[in-house]
Design a protein around this ligand. Structure first.
Ligand SMILES: Nc1nc2c(ncn2[C@@H]2O[C@H](COP(=O)(O)OP(=O)(O)OP(=O)(O)O)[C@@H](O)[C@H]2O)c(=O)[nH]1
Ligand SMILES: [Mg+2]
Length: 324
């Protein structure tokens, strides 16, 4: 059975639209990556050193990350030997298989949102300037509201001029409640927001923060303060601290993930602008090198363009057409 027959069996009918959004969002990554693999398989029927050197280069170019690629290549060589695989044609499915294995691994870190058992679920968004935090909050608020949840956005970025205004625009556009306070200390805005959410029984609280990484120590202290204040109002909150990463920055995203992990307790990644890059391989590297799960992906700028990350749909989007 070919790879895509397997997928057709796994995906349910109602997921068709979701799959199309992934396929479209990964067009750029796939375009480059897939044509190179198909080409390689045409020019290299036999699995010799030259084949593996070329494959390694293709994987690195799609930003999977050198360490992760080395691991994949070693695994492939091992399986070629063990399973007595002779041709590049036979290896196709194994490459896809190994990408799954790298992502899923043996660990149990979950890619699902950790909802509060009762009361509001608080989600804090962190990340460097322009990564897409504010936009992601807008999209996520829209998503939760469509599911019938009572959502509150908190404009915790009081540093950048226009940041509050930007979130207010989203709140108007998708008709979502917002807490903001011009020229205030970010922690005091967050305090007001979380307090309101608790008193008025909101389901979800989405907190925006300023993008800054100039000074690790300051950022660490600031986030400690935020966590302490929020945690006092709602026990064990924030329930999620999502690091927003711009996929177009490629390998730089990996170092951001590692840096932020040292600063605060990151629970997952939102990978934005996947639609605008050929570097979609970064998903695998983040998981393998920073051991953080991608929980959401941004596949465009519109309110509908945020998706819960799904490794099967992602790999499908990456390899669609390999059997043709
Ligand atoms: N194509 C595309 N653009 C995106 C996506 N997510 C965000 N953007 C764009 O990226 C730009 C920056 O997004 P913001 O949401 O302002 O980023 P931010 O992290 O809040 O930035 P600061 O507030 O400056 O720290 C905007 O022009 C967004 O429209 C995405 O998934 N795809
Ligand atoms: Mg912002």
């Amino acid at each position: 059975m070919g790879f895509f027959d397997k997928f057709k069996k796994v995906f349910k009918k109602e997921e068709k639209e979701e799959i199309e959004i992934y396929d479209k969002g990964l067009e750029k990554t796939r375009g480059k990556f897939l044509s190179q693999i198909i080409n390689l398989n045409k020019t290299h029927k036999v699995l010799d050193d030259d084949y593996f050197e070329n494959l390694e280069e293709i994987l690195i170019m799609s930003d999977i990350g050198v360490n992760t690629v080395t691991k994949i290549i070693d695994r492939l060589k091992y399986r070629v030997k063990k399973e007595n695989i002779k041709t590049s044609e036979e290896l196709k499915d194994i490459i896809i298989d190994e990408m799954f294995i790298i992502y899923v691994g043996n660990d149990i870190i979950t890619d699902k949102i950790n909802y509060a058992e009762s009361g509001p679920t608080v989600i804090l968004f962190v990340g460097v300037n322009g990564a897409g935090k504010t936009t992601t909050i807008g999209k996520m608020a829209y998503k939760f509201k469509s599911e019938g949840k009572k959502v509150l956005m908190v404009a915790g970025d009081t540093f950048r001029a226009g940041a509050t205004e930007q979130l207010k625009e989203w709140s108007d556009k998708i008709d979502c409640d917002i807490v903001y306070k011009e020229n205030a200390d970010p922690v005091s805005v967050m305090y007001d927001g979380v307090e309101k959410a608790k008193n008025e029984n909101y389901d979800i609280v989405l907190i925006d923060t300023a993008g800054r990484l100039q000074n690790k120590v300051n950022l660490m202290k600031e986030l400690e303060k935020i966590n302490k204040v929020i945690g006092k109002i709602i026990e064990s909150s924030p329930h999620e601290t999502l690091l927003v990463l711009d996929a177009t920055t490629g390998q730089n995203g990996i170092s951001q993930a590692k840096n932020f992990k040292e600063i605060t307790d990151i629970t997952g990644i939102v990978l934005t602008k996947l639609d605008g890059t050929a570097k979609g391989g970064i998903v695998l590297a983040i998981k393998d090198e920073a051991n953080l799960p991608v929980k959401y992906v941004g596949l465009g700028e519109k309110k509908e363009d945020l998706r819960v990350f799904d490794i099967e749909k992602y790999i499908h989007g990456l390899f669609k057409g390999i059997d043709e």
